[in-house]
Every structure is written in C-alpha cells, then in structure tokens.
Design a protein around this ligand. Structure first.
Ligand code: AMP
Ligand code: ZN
Length: 733
C-alpha cells in the first residue's frame, strides 16, 4: 500500500467535498458514500465480513455464558422474581443485536439491487460489488453498545439495585465487557466517533452502578479504572484502524487519478493467466505421450497459449508488447523481418530442421588459434564459475570479447555446423569489441564475462541437452552484443537528458522504452550487415530470422526496467527439459539466462564481485556528477558524496540478484548453481553487511585515493574506488 503523508486532501468522487484527515475524522463524519463503498468493495472486505461473523458468534457465546451463569444461580437460590427479568433481558439482547446486525445486510441488499439495475442500464458506471452498506457499520457499533449494556445490567450490582434479594455471587460483567471491547475494536471502519460516545456512556453507567454498591469501594474503583484503560485502548485501536482504512482509500484515490486502472480487471487478468499457464503445463505434460500426428497441433496450441499468457502479463503490468518495442526503433525492412520471424510457422519450420542435441567438441589444436597462456585461461570457460575475465582482458592485450567469442564458436562447433566463414567471425568480433566504450563497467570485459557465466550455467544444467546449434549461436551473439555502444548512463538518465545526450550518444530515442537495449540490437545488426562481417550469411532465411528474433529478444530482456515483469512471468511457470522443446518456452528460459548472466558477478567469488561492484558504482557516480552539474536531481546511489556503497550493494544483492537466481534455479534445479552461485550471493551479502557495520568510511566523501593497483581485489577497501576503477579502466585504453 502506498503511504500518503498526512495531512492530505482529495476530492471525493461525485461530491465536491474536499476532505482531509482532520475534517474527515472530526468534522464531517457523514463522509462520502464513495469511501464506504470503496472499503466494502475492496478484496479485504470479504475477510472483514468473515471477521464480523466471528464476532457475532463470540458475541452470542458471551451472552450464553452469562445466561447459564444466571440460570445456575437462580436454581441454586430458589426461583426468584428476577428470572423473568433475566431471561427477558437476555433474549431481548440477543434478538436486538442480531436483528440490528442483519438490518445492515437487508439495507445493503436493497441498495445492491438498485445499483445492479443501474449497472445493467448503464454498464459504464462503477459497479458495486459490496453486499454490505455503510449503514452496517453503525448497526454493528450499536449492537456492541447494546451487548455491553446487557452485560452491565446483568452484573451483581445492577441486580442488587433492582432486586434486593440477590447476592454478589453472580458473575462479574467486567470480563464480558473487556472481551466485547477487543472483539469490536476493528469491526467497524467508520464509526470511530460513535464508539467513543458509547464507551463514555458505558463507563459512566458501569461506574455509577459499581460505586453505588457501598460495601467495597476500593474494588469498585479498581474495576472502573481497569475498564477505563480498556476503553482507552479500544478507542486507540479503533482510531488506528480507521486511520489505516482512510489512508488506503486516499492512496487508492490518488493512484486512480494517475493510472486509471481497474483493480478487478487486473485481478481477473492475473487469474486468467493462472488458468492459461495451467493449460500450458497440462499440454506439455501430455505432449511426450501423444501420437506423432498430434504433436504438431499441440505444440502450436502451447505456443499460442504462451503468447496469450505473455500478452496478459504485459497488459497486466501496462507494458507494450516486445514486438511493438522493437519495431519502433528499427527501419522498415527490419520491421518486416521481425514481424515475419514472429510467425509460429517459421519457428516450427526451423525447429524441425534443427539438430536439437548440442555437441560440445573441442579439438586439442587450440594452440592453432590461441597462445598457450590464453589457452589455459579460455579452457576455464563453462567449467569454472569464477572465470577471471579481468585476467583474460589483461593476457589477451585487451581483447577479451573477441577471444572468448572465437573460443565459443570453436567450443560448440558452430563454425562447422553452419559452414560459417572464419575471417568474417574474426572481423565481426573485432568490430563488436571496438564498439564497446571504455566505461568503468559497461565495457567489452563485461560482455566477455557474461558469456562465460551463461556458458557455465548451460554446461551445468539440463540446458546443455536442450539447446541446438542455432540456439547456441544466438546465445553467443546476444551475450557478446548485449551492451554494445553503452554510453555509461542509465535509460532513465538518457530519457531525462534526451536533448543533450541523445545527440551526443547518437541515440535514436523514439519512445523512451528500452532506449539502450534497442540501440545495442541496432548496433549489433548493423555490424552484421557489413559484407565482410556478415557471420550469419550462410544461414538460410528461416535460420537467419530465428537467430535474429532470439538475439533481439534476449538483448531486450536485459532492460532492468522490465525485470520484475519478466521475473513475474517466469515464476508462474514450471519449465523442464521437455517443455523447452516449445520455442516460446525456450525463449523465456533464454531471457532469464541472459538476465542471470548479466549480473553474474553478484554470485561470483567475493574478490570478483567487489571488483565489478566498484566499477558499476564508479559508473553510477560519473552519471551523478553530470546530473549535479546540470542541476538535475541525482539518481539514487549515484551521488559520490552521500552514497553508502555497502548499503546499496546489500539492497541490490538481496532484492534483485538473489530472487533472480532462485527463480532461475527453481527451473534448472542444478545443484552446482545452488552451491556455487546462490550460496555465494548469500556470502557476498554477509560480506557487505560486515563492511556496512564496520567500515567507518562508507561514502566516498572521506576517501583519499590511495592507488590500489598493487592490492589484490580481495584487499580492496571502499577507499580508493575511484582510483581502482581508473586503474582497471586504463587497462582497456
Ligand atoms: P546491463 O546494463 O545490461 O549490464 O544490466 C545490468 C544492470 O544491473 C546494470 O546496468 C546495473 O544497473 C545493475 N547492476 C549490476 N551490478 C550492480 C551492482 N553491483 N550494484 C547495483 N546495480 C548493479
Ligand atoms: Zn550487461
């Protein structure tokens, strides 16, 4: 729930009544029926109805206990004239409270019927889902008052006052009053004032009757004091509850004003998605058992349902479809290609001709392609999770991307599988590498690093048996290209600075959506379009369209702005190696793969993780510097003066990295990923927490650059981040 600061004011629907917290509370309790309707129609109202039912049951129980008590008392003391009074009073109380309670329902049903008629006549009108009218809450508080009065009049004092022949052995009404008070504390949402009034009357009555009985003044005063405290607590609880409801209502009104979305539409949408996902799962389960001629239509149905489900989620979150996003930033020809590649037929055609089994084949003649020291490093790719890309960068003379790229084409035998031209691969990789800027973080080392992470995950999960040569080709190209041309600023920054930086960075910003990711796709495919770098030339049309679709899809998935939507969609599904035979599902997993690899450093050994964290921090700070210079608000965690780095990292690891890895491994179920990656994220969180608690110089304000080049990454303190990132950066230059 969004918290709205007090005092606040909103215009209440259909009434030109300006309300704020104070007027609403104390001056204008009639309030607007829209508030009450809202409270009754929200999802929580159902629970409240249940709660009210429970209260009724308790209520009746309490009265029954008192009845039993009096009956036994009367039997023991010969029938007296009080029995008629007792029974009449109790039956009367039961009837009155129950009738009052149901009166509310009766009223509301009439109102509901009227509203339903109105609804039918005018479907555009806001529907009323409420079965309980706001009058109901007044009845409930009145029923509380009646029940309490009954209890007080049943207490020995009152009995003695009315019937002098009764003695003190009857049950005290105090426990009953206390339980009623607690039971009712949150039973109403808009009769706080009435409760105050009722409690005052009840306390006065109770006090009078108790003090009237002169024999034990001190006990009476104690009892009155106790009830007084209880009533104060009751009033505070009712007040807080009232306040919460009001705050919820105001938040809802405010958010309705900014995004006119229907809560119920979204709920229906989400529940439909669950149903569609159930269908997909069922179909995937039967798929391996059906006869061959049925496989094709079922696969097609699964594909269509997956599209519906994804569309639903997109609508649910207010996102545009991925196709819309790509199309708006590419030229006409590109649009046609992509639209064609979205056709299911093409996907299926290609899939049928693919070799599903990926064959890892590495000849021993690596030294033909790489120097010996580099062979030793690259051989760690896909085997060692803590693959050291900084070392690769250093040893290859700042050519990490082209080296790892070339190695992967060999490792997965892709060059031979599609008869690719080796010189074109070399030129493509080399140009791609040069198109990365020398940012602290978003540079060619990062691109090489995330490919290494992805290959480790593939190699240590069932993905290794589900991905084809064509998939692998797409994985390599997408991972290596996913941040190409990155200017070192976030999407949000670029959108805010459109006028200046769009020109500087040569960006084509049309719709402010995934600005960077669209640019990465665009640069990668324009390099591939160059004749001497056209690696994909030997592919037939279907294959080319498929690779293109997969690469674009994966790169666009790296937009952190879509993180929670993608994670949300993925968490609904239960994928396995069989379901990955479906193209759409495979693509969903590949999107997650690139996302997981993109922040792979979060799950790497503490040395490597800290290195990358300091680099991204420095990049954020450079952005913050520009924002400050331009007198714009500084983005979160981008202010080098005030940012507490350890805190920002703890948040990133906890809220982004860990849930993402857990979701991914829920699907992949790899013990290696569990032990190597997820456990390491937790270790890294602990390491940052330790720093957060113990490091005095937590922001860069206190830092004197100390030249950390000679230090091993594990000894890097938060001091000297800038010089450290400069040092790493200078290696790229
Ligand atoms: P990409 O820009 O495609 O590399 O997406 C990864 C994003 O994750 C980066 O742009 C950062 O916004 C974010 N990120 C990665 N590492 C960290 C980190 N250590 N702390 C905070 N954000 C991070
Ligand atoms: Zn990245």
């Amino acid at each position: 729930m969004k918290v709205v600061p007090y005092p606040t004011s909103v215009i209440v629907e259909n009434q030109n009544l300006k309300i704020n917290y104070w007027t609403l509370k104390f001056l204008n309790r009639k309030i607007e029926s829209s508030y009450v309707k809202y409270m009754n129609s929200r999802p929580k109202a159902y629970c409240e109805k249940q709660k009210k039912l429970l209260i009724q049951i308790f209520h009746s129980l309490i009265l029954l206990i008192y009845t039993a008590n009096y009956l036994s008392y009367i039997y023991a003391n010969s029938i007296s004239k009080s029995i008629i009074f007792q029974l009449t009073l109790i039956i009367f109380a039961l009837i009155v409270t129950q009738v009052l309670f149901y009166l509310g329902f009766y009223y509301s049903r009439i109102e509901y019927k009227i509203k339903s008629k109105e609804q039918m006549q005018n479907p555009n009108k806001t529907s009323l889902y409420s079965l309980v009218s706001y009058k109901n809450s007044y009845y409930i508080s009145f029923s509380y008052f009646c029940a309490s009065i009954v209890l007080i009049l049943n207490c020995p004092t009152a009995q003695n006052l009315i019937f002098s022949d009764l003695n003190d052995s009857a049950l005290s009404c105090l426990p009953g009053l206390i339980s009623l008070s607690f039971l009712y504390s949150s039973a109403t949402f808009n009769s706080y004032n009435l409760l105050v009034l009722y409690n005052i009357v009840l306390l006065l009555l109770f006090g009078f009757l108790n003090l009237y009985q002169k024999n034990s003044i001190s006990t009476s005063i104690l009892e009155i004091l106790l009830l007084f405290i209880i009533y104060i607590i009751h009033i505070i609880l009712a007040y807080i509850y009232d306040l919460e409801c009001l705050q919820e209502y105001i938040s809802c009104k405010l958010s309705e004003e900014t995004e006119p979305k229907q809560l119920l539409d979204n709920e229906e949408n989400a529940s439909n998605n669950y149903k569609v996902n159930d269908c997909i799962e069922e179909l995937n389960n039967v798929l391996p058992t059906v006869q061959d001629h049925l496989k094709f239509p079922i696969e097609r149905a699964v594909g269509l349902l997956t599209n519906i489900s994804n569309d639903g989620m997109g609508r649910y979150s207010g996102e545009k479809s991925i196709l819309d996003q790509i199309s708006s930033n590419l030229d006409e020809e590109d649009k046609i290609y992509i639209e064609q590649s979205w056709s299911n037929n093409q996907c299926i055609n290609v899939r049928k001709r693919e070799k599903i089994q990926l064959k890892k084949s590495l000849e021993n003649n690596l030294d033909k392609y790489f120097q010996l020291d580099i062979v030793l490093i690259v051989k760690q790719v896909s085997i060692n999770w803590n693959f050291d890309s900084f070392d690769l960068n250093f040893k290859t003379g700042l050519k990490p991307l082209s080296t790892i790229g070339k190695y992967c084409f060999k490792l997965y035998n892709i060059t031979d599988a599609f008869s690719l031209v080796e010189s074109k691969i070399d030129k493509f990789l080399s140009k791609l590498e040069k198109s990365y800027k020398s940012n602290p973080y978003h540079n060619a080392v990062h691109a090489a690093d995330i490919l290494a992470s992805a290959l480790y995950i593939i190699n240590n999960s069932f993905l290794s048996s589900c991905l084809s040569d064509l998939d692998m080709l797409s994985v390599i190209i997408s991972h290596l290209s996913h941040d190409v041309g990155h200017p070192g600023f976030t999407n949000r920054f670029l959108v805010n600075f459109q006028d200046r930086l769009a020109l500087q960075c040569n960006l084509h910003i049309d719709n402010d959506i995934s600005v960077l990711e669209n640019m990465h796709c665009s640069i990668a495919f324009s390099i591939l379009a160059e004749e001497d770098k056209n690696v994909l030339e030997p592919l037939d049309n279907d294959q080319f369209l498929l690779v293109r679709k997969m690469v674009i899809d994966m790169i666009l998935a790296t937009d952190m702005g879509k993180h929670f939507d993608l994670l949300g969609i993925f968490r609904f599904k239960n994928h396995n190696s069989k379901s990955l035979e479906n193209f759409e599902i495979k693509l969903e997993v590949l999107r997650m793969l690139i996302k997981v690899s993109d922040i792979g450093h979060a799950a790497k050994s503490n040395d490597i993780h800290i290195n990358w964290s300091l680099l991204i921090t420095e990049e954020f700070f450079r952005q913050g510097d520009i924002e400050k210079e331009s007198k714009k608000p500084v983005s979160m965690y981008c202010d080098r003066e005030t940012t507490i780095i350890a805190k920002s990292q703890i948040g990133f690891l906890r809220n982004i990295a860990l849930p993402l890895y857990e979701a991914m491994n829920h699907c992949l179920a790899s013990s290696k990923i569990e032990n190597e990656c997820i456990d390491q994220i937790k270790n890294n969180i602990s390491a940052w927490e330790y720093r957060f608690k113990n490091d005095a110089s937590r922001t860069l304000r206190d830092i004197q650059p100390t030249g950390l080049l000679s230090e091993s990454p594990s000894t890097i303190s938060l001091q000297g981040i800038k010089s450290h990132s400069d040092a790493i950066l200078s290696k790229h230059k």
